[in-house]
Structure formats: C-alpha cells, structure tokens
Design a protein around this ligand. Structure first.
Ligand code: IPE
Ligand code: MG
Length: 222
C-alpha cells in the first residue's frame, strides 16, 4: 500500500490525511477480496523502516490502526475472517499489541478468509530471526544441518502457516519490493499499479485480479 503521502501532497493536505484516505481503500479492498473468495489477504501496513519516520506520523498511523481494529473487530468475526499479524509485533505500542492479541485470539477459529497485517514487518528481519531459531535448535541438538530444507526454513518464518502469495500488488508505480515477504514471493505474480493507494478501490482490485488471470504461471517448468 504505497502513495498515501504523495496523494495528500497532490491535494495540499497533511500526510496523515493520506493515511486516513488509505484506510478507506483498505476497507474496500478487504470487502472486494471477501467477495472474490480470496483466502488470504496480506496488507503491508507498516515496515521495519517506517520506524524512521517522524514521531508524529508514526503516532498518526498507530492511531489509525487502533481505530481500524476497534471498528472491525466485531465485523471480522461476523464475516468469519481470521486476523493474523506478522512482523516485530513487540515493537508496537502496548495499546495496539493488546488489540491485536485480543482479536487474533477471538477470530482464530474463523475460516472464510485470513487477513494478515504486516506490521513493523521487514523480510530481512524475518529471515534473520528464522536463521537464528534454526541455529538455536541446532545447538540444542534438536535439528541437524542436513535436515535444513526450504520447507523446514519456511516453518520458521512468521508466515509458517500461511501459503505463499499468488499475486502481489504494489500501488504508486514504484518498481521495487521494499523488504516485503522476500522469501514468500519467489513465484508470485506482480502487478504494479500507477494509482496512489488512497485511489486504489474495488474496481482496481478486480482489474488486478483479471490481469493475474491472464498470466501463465510455469514455476520454472515448461
Ligand atoms: C504508504 O504510503 C503507507 C505507509 C507506509 C504506512 P506512504 O506513506 O509510503 O506514501 P508516500 O510513498 O510517501 O507517497
Ligand atoms: Mg511510500
């Protein structure tokens, strides 16, 4: 979800207004995915690098996140959606962590769709943490180096029980990955959309899925 700041700047508004408008796109895209029968929707909401932004902007983002969680908690459950957060969750403010824990616990049995929020998320941090936990297991003698396969490695990532994404959509026209799910997107189809995230709505999601359907996925084979 990229381009909130530029969207606001184009309109002479503070960046926080862009994030607020972006939250409306989140609501629309969630509903659209639900309608399409998407089983997993992952939103890159806050990266490890976003901690380097001014404190006021971080606070505005966390306040929006808290509001989103308060507003959606019941609706997610009613829609049979499971919430899962990935990232360095312990770095988030206590108020946000408390909400995430409560809603994840409350929705863990839901199975129509999983909404994955990538928060304080960085793929390099995730991969490093996985390597560390495997190394610890090796030292403890519960794993031997020959047993370390891609499948085992994947089970040590935050996404252990989440399938790899079929489609990755990035808005605002930027042609880069920005530390997002580096391991998991090995064979994802990528769609780059020029629109800024606050302008990305239901119709744009449907169009991206249509584009995905035209792709021929070969996974390196013929
Ligand atoms: C994406 O919009 C939202 C978050 C990172 C939370 P940006 O804030 O990155 O917007 P630009 O890239 O400055 O336009
Ligand atoms: Mg950006």
């Amino acid at each position: 979800m990229d381009g909130n700041g530029r969207w606001a700047k184009e309109r002479g508004l503070p960046r926080a207004e862009g994030h607020r408008a972006g939250a409306d796109s989140v609501r629309e895209v969630m509903d659209a995915c639900k309608e399409l029968g998407v089983k997993y929707l992952t939103l890159y909401a806050f990266s490890s690098e976003n901690w380097n932004r001014p404190e006021a902007e971080i606070e505005a983002l966390m306040a929006l996140l808290d509001r989103f969680l308060d507003e959606k908690a019941e609706e997610l459950d009613k829609q049979n959606v499971r919430l899962q957060a990935i990232g360095q969750i312990d770095r988030l403010p206590a108020s946000t962590r408390e909400r995430l824990t409560r809603i994840q616990e409350h929705t863990k049995g839901n199975d129509s769709m999983t909404l994955v929020l990538a928060l304080s998320y960085g793929a390099r941090e995730e991969i490093t943490a996985a390597a560390r936990s495997i190394a610890e297991a090796a030292i403890a003698g519960t794993i031997s180096p020959e047993e370390i396969t891609p499948e085992l490695f994947a089970r040590h990532l935050y996404t252990a029980d989440i399938p790899d994404p079929d489609l990755l959509i990035r808005t605002s026209g930027e042609m880069r990955i920005s530390n997002f799910l580096l391991w998991q997107i090995s064979y994802s189809e990528i769609v780059i959309v020029k629109k800024m995230w606050p302008d990305f709505r239901q119709g744009d999601l449907f169009a991206a899925v249509e584009e995905y359907k035209r792709r021929h996925r070969r996974f390196g084979a013929l």
